[in-house]
Design a protein around this ligand. Structure first.
Ligand SMILES: [Zn+2]
Length: 344
């Protein structure tokens, strides 16, 4: 079922298109390119649960977007070429690049075949902690727990089993978990707390762990000449919540660990979560010091002269599971900012 927020978002995108405001935005912001963020790509939605549903798109939608871009005369390029065009201010031809965060197995199974069929380059941003299986994506653990269990015990309220048999209660408890792990729990304890949440609730399926590619799968994918492997921190934290030393280690060390495991030093970095609350000027400076050629947020903008000045803070547009319509992608590429929320 479509929730009201999603419906409102779709209406806003349609209204922007029909009213001509996206055309006006294009004249004002002068977009010359777009970098897309994807997460899961799968023929079966990885999640129908509203808080996570935006993270999964169908391979056919990916194919539609690629063909639409090609038919519009857009060049689809790899990240190095995108960065060269930004640096050289080559804005004469609109271009796009595709990036996928977290390194999910379905990227190899369902996204890579589409990119290969269409001869389109792509980049995958990898967190060694996720690929080792030591870190669980907490938002997937939370979804698995609340969807599988009629009663949920939270690690920070161990004596209390919360009734989650009804759907609204599932959503409410998911939101409680999200608030706790993103604002109350110290960032260094988030990973352990997610494990404890999984262990304390027997209904958890192993899905969150098995959904991320291990190093063998990544090595196989890294051999694809169309693929670029980038870094996405060591343990996928909200970097802005860490002290200087911890944040820098997350950014710099992930580069070297990936190089050691896959044989190529990453030149590109994507900030976990990527929103204004998760990364800022301190992290942008750290990415430069760590030697990355460019780094990417999830701040929702097309590439425009105003939004491409800082190579360590490049914006991206999310291909969102709830807006799988190429007409909506056109509106986003117009430079009309901020209709979609920041994504993970
Ligand atoms: Zn991520």
């Amino acid at each position: 079922m479509t929730d009201l927020k999603t419906l409102a978002g779709r209406m806003a995108l349609d209204a922007a298109r029909w009213s001509g405001s996206s055309t006006l935005a294009r004249r004002t912001t002068r977009p010359f390119g777009a970098i897309f963020t994807l997460h899961h790509v799968s023929p079966c939605p990885v999640s129908n649960f509203p808080p996570n549903g935006h993270l999964s798109i169908h391979p056919n939608f990916l194919r539609d977007v690629i063909r639409h871009l090609k038919s519009s005369g857009c060049d689809i390029v790899d990240l190095d070429e995108a960065v060269s065009r930004i640096e050289d201010r080559r804005h004469d031809r609109f271009f796009a690049a595709f990036t996928l965060d977290d390194g999910y197995v379905d990227n190899a199974d369902h996204a890579a075949p589409v990119f290969r069929d269409e001869a389109v380059p792509y980049a995958i941003f990898v967190s060694p902690g996720l690929s080792d299986g030591k870190i669980l994506p907490w938002w997937e653990v939370a979804e698995s727990v609340v969807m599988a269990c009629d009663h949920v015990v939270l690690p920070w309220r161990p004596g209390q089993a919360i009734d989650t048999s009804a759907k609204p209660a599932k959503r409410r408890v998911f939101d409680d978990i999200s608030i706790h792990l993103t604002t109350i729990c110290p960032e260094r304890l988030v990973a352990d707390t997610a494990w404890r949440l999984a262990e304390m609730n027997a209904g958890l399926t192993p899905a969150p762990r098995s959904r991320v590619m291990d190093w063998d799968r990544l090595a196989e994918l890294a051999r694809d000449p169309l693929a670029t492997i980038g870094a996405h921190s060591m343990t996928h934290p909200r970097l802005a919540r860490l002290c200087d030393d911890e944040a820098y280690a997350e950014i710099a060390l992930s580069r070297h660990v990936i190089a050691e495991r896959l044989g190529t030093m990453p030149r590109h970095f994507a900030y976990p979560y990527g929103s204004t609350s998760a990364c800022g000027e301190r992290e942008f400076a750290m990415a430069a010091t760590a030697g990355y050629r460019a780094a990417y947020t999830t701040r929702l903008h097309a590439l425009t002269p105003a939004r491409s000045r800082q190579m360590q803070a490049l914006p991206r547009l999310s291909l969102n599971g709830y807006y799988q319509d190429v007409r909506h992608v056109d509106v986003l590429m117009s430079g009309l900012p901020g209709l979609w929320k920041d994504v993970r």
